[in-house]
Write a protein that binds this ligand. Structure first.
Ligand SMILES: [Zn+2]
Ligand SMILES: [Zn+2]
Length: 305
């Protein structure tokens, strides 16, 4: 059995990953500022009876949870495993991402429910508070988006963070415009309608997060790794006649483990065989934690019969 103990983080980011992992201070600052704005937006939404503003606050809450998750993952990755918790605390990132998506499902459910009620029975909503707060959101999101545009625009994570923040700026501007239209026309049904559209947008974003976290919980093969290609690679190794009991799963949102039995007639592998295979699994597939069992012959495997 050979292990590859090279645990460097890979860049499998989240949709709501607004920051580059590994910069604790930037994370804490980003989370703090965003959380403060969510509170302001939620209070202003309640005060001005604006469902659209509450929905925008719900979306921003999702972003804060995403940031918190990414930050938590980097912190927990640094906690050393103990004799009893041999995997450390890395799996908590998976539990947290399920909790994150559940919170967002409740938020969108509540928003949609209340918005439908208001749509059937429109009440005066919006006003100057709604416009002002939504405009502040537009400015914050535009400024944050420009920060990500500034350096390293070829980086995929930074690019998706920029696109997300830019679309957030557009959403906030949309809420401000809704407020302006309501101020002029008194079309109060417009506010819950925009809220439902925003809730649907959050739901779409949450759905993929939910599906991914569920797959992580079920120990499914992580996205981006083709299990057939891994099996083909192992089967094609010199001396290997069969591969069985192949498992590939995520140990955390950034680390992948593999176990497999390779059937090899006795003495056909060199002394560096396992180390070489583990290195290649890491380099080719990003699997950092591989454990291989060499079966001398198909009949010699106890765990498979
Ligand atoms: Zn967002
Ligand atoms: Zn076996």
């Amino acid at each position: 059995m050979a292990h590859s103990h090279d645990h460097h983080a890979h860049g499998h980011g989240y949709d709501h990953d607004h920051g580059a992992p590994g910069r604790g201070r930037a994370f804490v600052l980003g989370i703090g500022l965003n959380l403060a704005f969510v509170a302001v937006e939620a209070i202003a939404g309640l005060a001005s009876h604006s469902m659209a503003l509450l929905a925008d606050a719900g979306h921003n809450l999702g972003d804060v949870l995403g940031l918190g998750l990414a930050w938590g993952a980097t912190v927990l990755a640094g906690v050393k495993p103990s004799t009893r918790r041999t995997f450390g605390f890395r799996r908590t990132t998976i539990v947290a991402s399920v909790a994150n998506s559940l919170v967002l499902l409740f938020v969108t459910g509540g928003l949609t429910w209340e918005s439908i009620r208001r749509l059937l029975d429109p009440r005066p909503a919006g006003g100057v508070t709604m416009i002002a707060v939504a405009l502040v959101g537009t400015v914050i999101n535009t400024a944050s988006a420009l920060l990500f545009l500034g350096d390293g625009r070829r980086d995929l994570n930074r690019r998706s963070a920029f696109l997300h923040l830019a679309s957030d700026a557009v959403l906030s501007a949309g809420v401000a415009m809704t407020g302006a239209v309501i101020l002029v026309t008194h079309w109060y049904w417009l506010d819950p309608l925009v809220s439902i559209v925003l809730a649907f947008a959050i739901l779409v974003g949450t759905w993929s997060l939910m599906a991914r976290s569920m797959n992580l919980m079920l120990d499914a093969v992580p996205e981006g790794i083709d299990p057939a290609a891994v099996k083909a690679f192992l089967s094609a190794l010199p001396g290997v006649v069969e591969v069985h009991d192949l498992h590939i799963w995520a140990m955390s949102t950034t680390e992948t483990a593999l176990t497999a039995h390779v059937v090899m007639p006795a003495a056909s592998s060199g002394p560096t065989f396992l180390a070489d295979v583990c290195r290649e699994l890491r380099d080719m597939f990003g699997i950092e934690h591989a454990t291989l069992q060499v079966d001398p012959a198909p009949a010699g495997c106890v765990s498979c019969t």
